[in-house]
Every structure is written in C-alpha cells, then in structure tokens.
Design a protein around this ligand. Structure first.
Ligand code: ZN
Length: 311
C-alpha cells in the first residue's frame, strides 16, 4: 500500500447518536474529499463548512469545538483522532447539528465506519509536518512537548490525584494498526462529583454509563469495568492524537504530555504553527529507497535519507 500517498474514504458512511452535552440526536457522515482538501466539518443543517484548522478552535474547556460566527461543531476530537490515527488525510465530516455524536465515548465506532467505508489511495503525496527542534508549552505542572522523531509517537502521563488515576502512563508509536488495536477503544471518563455540576450548567445531558467511564471517590461505576487497565491514559493519548490533527497534516514528531488537556494541546499546536523555524513541510518521494524500506513506522528516517521535496 502506498502509505506515503494521501488517502480519503472510498465511499460515504453514516451513523446516528446523541451529542454528549446537548443530548440531541445527530447523524454523522464521513464522505470522500479531494486531495489536499484536508478534513472539513460540514453543518448540513446550516449549509456551512468548518475546516479542521487550529484557528477555528473556539472552545477547549470540556472538549474541542470549532466555530465560525455563531455556528459550532463541538466534541470534534474523537472523530479527528480516528481519521488522524487511521491515516486519512482528506474527508468531509457532515453533521446535522452542533455536536459530533458521542457514541460509546471512544473512537472505535468511527474506526469501524472507516473500515466499512474503505480507504481510497489518492495520487498526490502526503505532506508531513516534520518537527526540526523541540517545542514545549507548560501550564503549572502540566506539560506538552513535541520533539523531532523518526515517526509519530505519543506518550501521556495522567494524574488526577485520584486513587484510580495516579501517575498512569501510556505511550505508543502511532500507525493505523496500533491506533485501532491499542487506542481507539479507550473511552472518555468523568468524575461523578463533576456530573451534577455540568448538568446544572445544561451540559452532559447526553452523558450516561453507555458513553463514558464514570468514577466516584474510590471505584468505577460502570458494571462492565474497564476495557484496558490503563484506559484513562490511553484515552488521553486518543484525545491528543485528535487535537494534533488540527496541525492540518500528518506529523513526524514525538509528543510527551503530562496532565495535558485540550487547551494545552491546542496551545502546543498554535506554538508549532506560529514558529516557522521549528518545523518544515515535506513530502516523501514514493521512489525513495528509504521510504520503501522503512514505512509506515519509519517515515522520519525516509525523509532524512531519501529525497524529500519541499512542499
Ligand atoms: Zn476524549
């Protein structure tokens, strides 16, 4: 498979669910998009397109939301993580309401949709954002740091000062296979004490044990338990992969994050894109020996050893 070529979905595929915060039903469709189009959210009810770009991020408090004027698409990070993690460069994500459906709180249903749709390899080469020196943002004891790397990897340390989520770490070299197997099924989580506060503010109306892990002071309330012993850290990795999709390109770099969240992840994205000295955009030549030998996990080495072409 030509991993260095751009990909879109081969056909339209849809699902219906509720928005986590609105509780309203919403239908989401993944549709093919031309090369170099990137990922675009489409509010079908408003006939409005919102490209998945960092400068359209309007809210990062509970989830990542894109907006333009009064129009919003909220909770974009799990479907973005599925697209980014599965190597889809170009896609129209159509919704008929203000929020992406939460489904089971993970990216697994979106991965199932992508598998059902199939990938179409496009003629144009992928253009990677290659980090050339470290970039770091901090907020108190929270950290998000990107370093140059031979591939795309994410390591997250979660610590909520809670007996079940203390110094829980998970790291992964991201490819479509590892994303699907190790990350996609990890669900979002919340604390019971926060749910009442959110619902008093009119949020989390669609929230239930069907679409989130709910934790009280000592235990997990979901009768089925956890999908992974370290599901919390894995979900934070999932969120970070979705947030980094707002770089607008596949990334060659290693993320180390400690207690980070959507706001700090987006601060990192802005920091990278505002500093032209810390990155370059490169397309890997399909006839590069390095590319043939090393892809998909060694894309960075291929870029260094092969014949990168400024894009
Ligand atoms: Zn999440």
């Amino acid at each position: 498979m030509a991993f260095w070529n751009q990909r879109t979905v081969a056909r339209r595929v849809s699902c219906t669910g509720v928005g986590l915060h609105s509780g309203a039903p919403v239908t989401l469709t993944l549709a093919p998009a031309p090369a170099d189009a990137g990922i675009t959210f489409v509010r079908r009810d408003l006939d409005l397109e919102l490209p998945a770009r960092h400068d359209l991020v309007v809210d990062t408090r509970l989830s990542t939301s894109l907006g333009q004027g009064a129009a919003r698409v909220a909770t974009v990070e799990h479907v973005l993580a599925a697209l980014h993690g599965m190597g889809i460069d170009n896609c129209r994500v159509e919704v008929d309401g203000p929020e992406v459906p939460i489904l089971d709180g993970s990216a697994a249903p979106f991965v199932c949709m992508l598998v059902e749709a199939g990938a179409r390899i496009q003629r144009e080469a992928k253009r990677y954002l290659v980090l050339t020196r470290p970039v770091e943002v901090r907020d108190g004891d929270k950290l998000a740091r990107l370093e140059p790397a031979d591939g795309f990897s994410v390591r997250f340390t979660a610590d909520f000062g809670h007996p079940l989520i203390t110094d829980q770490g998970f790291g992964i070299e991201v490819s479509d296979r590892t994303f699907e197997r190790e990350v996609a099924r990890a669900r979002t989580f919340c604390f019971r004490r926060d749910i009442e506060a959110m619902q008093a503010r009119g949020l989390a109306r669609g929230g239930s044990l069907e679409n989130a892990i709910v934790v009280d002071d000592f235990s997990i309330l979901n009768p089925e338990g956890l999908r992974f012993p370290d599901e919390f850290a894995r979900h934070k990795v999932l969120d970070a992969i979705g947030d980094l999709a707002l770089l607008g390109r596949p990334l060659l770099g290693a993320l180390t994050a400690v207690k980070s969240g959507h706001a700090l992840n987006q601060a990192l994205v802005r920091q990278v894109l505002s500093d032209p000295d810390c990155h370059r955009v490169v397309q890997v030549s399909a006839d590069s020996e390095g590319a043939r030998a090393r892809l998909p996990l060694g894309v960075g080495a291929a870029v260094g050893a092969g014949s990168p072409q400024p894009a």
